[in-house]
Design a protein around this ligand. Structure first.
Ligand code: C2E
Ligand code: MG
Ligand code: MG
Ligand code: MG
Length: 280
């Protein structure tokens, strides 16, 4: 074990593992600078109504282009930022950036869309969250109902009372709440009905083989039925084929998001998704 050994104990690691540790450390160290040096960007992925085909929202997704390491996936750096606690500062920056962007689009006359922002477990556990959200709304002038917070099932790792309290405090501000990656985590269905959620996002793990795998189809059908019986709407993630979209339509799923319509794109491309947009 590294703790008990001297410098020579690194030989006990297999080289691949050592490389992983070095990369983690590199990313950890570079992340603070990345925010200050403008290496981070927010991209936006359109969310589309299955019934009308209209763009009804966007999900804000972080992108990092490091000068020497190249593009680093949020799937890799978000967990590292979570461990160090830096995610709280990073997440605040994303929320401000996305809300400002949405307010700019609103000022152009686009008023029927929502801007969804991912919240990490640490951000959700921060007692200052509701006042931060209110501050961001006030500073940007974005109407509360146009901001959506995506939480994950791992928030249930806190006490249920605390979780419900935080969700209610956010809800009271007028923002929308969505449960992200639904079906992959630990949340108990008994708690789910007590959470004041507006929508569930079906994880792409279920969507991927929707048309071939009877089990995934059954799970998706059950999620949609349950969500509707709780008064929540459903958005499917990772939709890549018209086959998947047709199936989701027959299940009564409201919205979708996926490469079939668009990848996450920078703001100047995202704005083109609005109907009636005429580039000046
Ligand atoms: P997520 O919130 O579940 O976001 C959906 C992910 O699915 C995004 O990956 C998106 O690019 C990808 N995706 C969308 N459509 C398709 C599709 O049709 N096919 C496939 N294969 N993938 C699709 P991305 O951007 O790499 O983000 C990965 C995860 O990193 C996110 O999953 C989220 O958990 C986290 N993340 C990204 N940005 C933020 C952020 O600002 N804050 C926090 N806390 N987490 C973030
Ligand atoms: Mg998300
Ligand atoms: Mg998701
Ligand atoms: Mg996901």
């Amino acid at each position: 074990h590294a703790k008990t050994g001297g410098p020579g104990s690194f030989r006990l690691f297999d080289p691949a593992m050592n490389q992983q540790v070095v990369r983690r450390l590199q990313i950890h160290n570079a992340l603070h600078q990345a925010l200050e040096q403008g290496e981070l960007q927010v991209f936006y992925q359109p969310q589309v109504s299955i019934a009308s085909g209209a763009v009804v929202g966007f999900e804000a997704l972080l992108r990092w282009n490091h000068p020497t390491l190249g593009w680093i996936s949020p799937a890799e750096f978000i967990p590292i930022a979570e461990d160090s606690g830096f995610i709280v500062k990073l997440g605040e920056w994303v929320m401000r950036t996305a809300a400002r962007q949405a307010a700019d689009w609103h000022a152009l006359g686009h008023n029927s869309f929502r801007m969804a922002v991912n919240l990490s477990v640490r951000q959700f556990a921060d007692p200052r969250l509701p006042s931060l959200v209110q501050q961001v709304l006030t500073d940007t002038g974005l109407p509360a109902h146009m901001l959506e917070l995506e939480v994950t099932e791992s928030l249930a790792l806190q006490s249920v009372t605390t979780t419900i309290g935080t969700l209610n405090a956010c809800k009271a501000l007028g923002v929308k709440l969505a449960m992200d990656d639904f079906g992959t985590g630990y949340s108990s269905l008994a708690y789910l009905k007590r959470y004041p959620l507006d929508s569930l996002k079906i994880d792409q793990a279920f969507v991927r083989n929707l048309t071939q795998d009877a089990g995934d189809a059954a799970i998706t059908r059950a999620i949609v039925a349950m969500a509707h019986s709780f008064g929540m709407s459903v958005i499917a993630e990772g939709v890549e084929t018209t086959g998947q979209l047709d199936f989701l339509r027959t299940l009564g799923c409201e919205d979708f998001q996926g490469y079939l319509f668009s990848r996450p794109v920078p703001p100047d491309e995202a704005v083109l998704c609005f109907p009636g947009y005429h580039p000046g």
